[in-house]
Design a protein around this ligand. Structure first.
Ligand code: IPM
Ligand code: MG
Length: 367
């Protein structure tokens, strides 16, 4: 028996989580997975209830669980709170405390959604790329950090971007290994593009050198290329299919993964996995809490539902169950169901649905 801790969080979090839990329960039964679900508090709702964005109890239960499924955190209600107590801090803390250093974000175009993207269909058709983002280091976690007052009375904000060789090596390994697995499955040659800003930042110069050394020592069967982060942003729009696996640090990965998400039509479609050294993970949609549409049954639950599929694949090694969910999502898109974010109003035969109807349609394909 394994335990999954669900943390719905804020904004649209509870709505999308309700749908994802229904789907999870259905596959649990169908594939006799023997999974037990628990729920806990994180983010703004946790602040309201306990004063902390990540209460000790939630952290303890997350440590004890075999996997965590997260909705989203944050919202204007908590924006005025002191920085160290904001909802986002809870998310960063759980990533850090659980050692979830490897964040996998897959940007895969569902052919049914080619017209929902703002990019021309021929540029993105068949797109399937994986961004491997380092998640517990870099400028997000580097010390010193803060806002200080200078002698002249002016304020100065500062952060520190740091990566040690071992941190680079462990994320590099994840990227190289996944590139090999993906290439094997697709019958193509394995390739990794490492994204840095080595022309300016020493920290990423070390990043680049470390990637080169790893490739030479252990991964000569994987083609390694390097790209500056600004150029990578441009190339993702110009010719995204040149990439298979991209590996990069925390901040560049945050930015590039939002961009990659939009290639697929909507960030509402993008799931993610955040894994520790043993493969235990937290799974969450790449999008945020979307407070502007919260509680209105407008959110797209598919990224969270697809995060459940990633969980079954990576933590529980249940490939059949994972594929069943992905197929169900593809089937409802075939049926023409669209939440607002993926609706192309010029296309005939589509039906606009809310979060609940979309989730229940996926569920219906599974039972
Ligand atoms: C993400 C989000 C988070 C991040 C925020 C909510 C702290 O943008 O998961 O990409 O910056 O990592
Ligand atoms: Mg982000």
């Amino acid at each position: 028996m394994a335990t999954i801790l669900t943390l719905a969080g804020d904004g649209i979090g509870p709505e999308i989580m309700t749908q994802a839990i229904d789907v999870l329960k259905a596959v649990n039964e169908k594939f006799s997975l023997d999974l037990t679900l628990e729920s806990g508090l994180i983010g703004g709702v946790a602040i309201d209830a306990t004063g902390e964005p990540l209460p000790d109890e939630t952290l303890a239960r997350a440590r004890a669980a075999d996997a965590v499924l997260l909705g989203a955190v944050g919202g204007p209600k908590w924006d005025a709170i002191e920085r160290s107590k904001r909802p986002e801090r809870g998310l960063l803390k759980i990533r850090g405390e659980l050692g979830l250093f490897a964040n996998l974000r897959v940007a895969k175009l569902y052919p049914q959604l080619a017209n929902a993207s703002s990019i021309k269909p021929e540029i993105i058709s068949g797109l399937d790329l994986l961004i491997v983002r380092e998640l517990t280091g870099g400028i997000y976690f580097g010390e010193p950090r803060g806002i200080r007052t200078l002698e002249n009375g002016e304020q100065q904000g500062y952060n520190t971007m740091v990566y040690s060789t071992s941190e680079i090596q462990r994320i590099g390994k994840v990227a190289f290994e996944l590139a090999k697995t993906r290439a094997q499955a697709a019958g193509t040659a394995a390739k990794v593009c490492s994204v840095d800003k080595a022309n300016v930042l020493e920290v990423t110069e070390l990043w680049k050198q470390t990637m080169i050394q790893m490739q030479q020592a252990e991964y000569s069967d994987v083609a390694l290329s390097h790209m500056y982060a600004d150029n990578a942003c441009m190339q993702l729009i110009k010719d995204p299919k040149q990439f298979d696996v991209m590996v990069t640090g925390n901040m560049f990965g945050d930015i590039l993964s939002d961009e990659a998400a939009m290639l697929t039509g909507s960030i509402g479609m993008l799931p993610s996995a955040s894994l520790d050294e043993s493969g235990k993970g937290m799974y969450e949609p790449c999008h945020g809490s979307a407070p502007d549409i919260a509680g209105q049954d407008k959110a797209n639950p598919l990224a969270t539902i697809l995060s459940v599929a990633m969980m079954l694949r990576y933590t529980f090694k249940q490939e059949d169950a994972a594929q069943a969910i992905e197929q169900a999502v593809s089937d409802v898109l075939d049926d023409g169901l669209r939440t607002l974010d993926i609706l192309d109003s010029s296309e005939a035969g589509l039906k606009q649905v809310g979060c609940k109807e979309m989730g229940q349609a996926v569920l219906a394909k599974l039972i």
